[in-house]
Design a protein around this ligand. Structure first.
Ligand code: NAD
Ligand code: TYD
Length: 351
């Protein structure tokens, strides 16, 4: 593929920043334009190491802003989009669904409309939509999500992502827009905003705050190291077949409570605290509304067709993640000051 100028949306967020770093460092002949609104989840500190690179440009903008997108497509002669910008947290989607519908549904449509307008012919062009396994709904004890599992989204977040996936496929079918979609399981790693389970609990353990476990803690997630997700996106971007969907997963299922206990153990060791002290912070709280029971991905299509597999195991990834948060105190302090305190109180006061 001869793509040279790539618009990465949401590049200042958790996964986006790893994708931007990978592409900027690995492909010096590509121009990478990071387009991000810098919501509470966007943070340019995630990208200080690439900010001065000659093949990197940052544009602060909303994916709903068609005029600004027009200017960016024109100026940078964009020929591919890797679309990650989204509202991404399930709990926030329960309290404020509209923001999810606006950004995830309308924003994705706006972006595709602009791409269609500027791409006179679709030769060598690609619109890559980064999505989630949550679109498939919730599993019982057995089975896995495959690319042909029927959609059954159950939270406002997953419904908004499912809507955007459908729109992406519809634009491919109707207008021939060259698209590819990947649906990935839960990510963890450096730079994740401490509202999601792993960074929130690392932060709380460090601060000796309680660890709010929803329900019985028996929900199951399939965890993937964020750098492995970025590698999978690289592989799919370059070798994926237009019009196809690829599931990405870690083959790494954990019941929340088991994962939390493992995390407590690592934190005790790293902080030099007595064994068992972090576990005492575990507090069972009211369950999340509509809480999906289990997610598990069958990623064999990606392995068989494109040769991708996760590179590290969970013990190593979790330890690396804990180390990163402990070594980046200033980052954690910055993102947990100001508006974060209000969010945290509102989110957990009634649980
Ligand atoms: P994140 O919340 O950390 O980052 C989202 C980024 O999008 C932020 O930088 C934010 O400023 C930006 N953004 C939000 N609204 C915007 C708008 N209207 N215009 C422009 N920019 C906007 O999210 P993340 O966890 O990095 O997830 C990135 C993508 O990957 C999302 O599409 C998400 O659905 C998907 N995904 C996430 C996971 C996960 O475990 N986190 C798993 C699978 C798929
Ligand atoms: P989360 O990181 O929000 O990801 P998602 O809901 O998209 O899978 O949550 C992961 C799991 O952890 C999920 O089952 C909900 C649970 N959870 C808690 O028990 N307590 C918490 O404070 C949070 C944020 C999540």
């Amino acid at each position: 593929m001869s793509t040279k100028s790539i618009l990465i949306t949401g590049g200042a967020g958790f996964i986006g920043s790893h994708v931007v770093r990978l592409f900027v460092n690995k492909y010096s002949d590509y121009q990478i334009v990071n387009y991000d609104k810098l919501t509470y989840a966007g943070n340019l500190e995630n990208l200080v190491d690439v900010a001065d690179k000659s093949n990197y440009t940052f544009v602060k903008g909303d994916i709903l802003d068609e005029q600004l997108l027009d200017e960016v497509f024109e100026k940078h002669e964009i020929d591919a989009v890797i679309h990650l910008a989204a509202e991404s947290h399930v709990d926030r989607s329960i309290t404020n669904p509209n923001a999810f519908i606006e950004t995830n549904v309308m924003g994705t449509a706006t972006l595709m409309n602009v791409a269609r307008k500027h791409w006179k012919d679709f030769n060598g062009k690609l619109f890559y939509h980064v999505s989630t396994d949550e679109v498939y709904g919730s599993l019982g004890k057995e089975g896995y999500f495959t690319e042909t599992t029927p959609y059954d989204p159950r939270s406002p977040y997953s419904a908004s992502k499912a809507s955007s996936d459908h729109l992406v496929r519809a634009y491919h079918h109707t207008y021939d827009l060259p698209v590819v979609i990947s649906n990935c399981s839960n990510n963890y790693g450096a730079n994740q905003f401490p509202e999601k389970l792993i960074p929130l609990f690392i932060h709380n353990i460090k601060e000796n705050k309680s660890l709010p476990v929803y329900g019985k803690g028996d929900n199951v997630r399939d965890w993937l190291w964020v750098n492995d997700h970025a590698d999978a996106i690289d592989v799919i971007f370059h070798s994926g077949k237009v019009g196809e969907t690829y599931n990405i997963g870690g083959n790494n299922e954990w019941q929340n409570i088991e994962l939390i206990k493992k995390l407590c153990e690592i934190m005790d060791e790293k902080l030099g605290r007595a064994a068992g002290s972090s576990e005492k912070l575990i507090t069972y709280v009211k369950d999340r509304q509509g809480h999906d029971k289990r997610y598990a991905i069958d990623a064999s299509k990606l392995k068989n067709d494109l040769g991708w597999e996760p590179s590290i195991d969970f013990a190593e990834g979790l330890e690396k993640t804990v180390d990163w948060y402990l070594q980046n105190e200033a980052w954690l302090k910055n993102v947990t000051s100001g508006a974060y305190q209000k969010y945290y109180q509102e989110q957990y006061q009634n649980r």
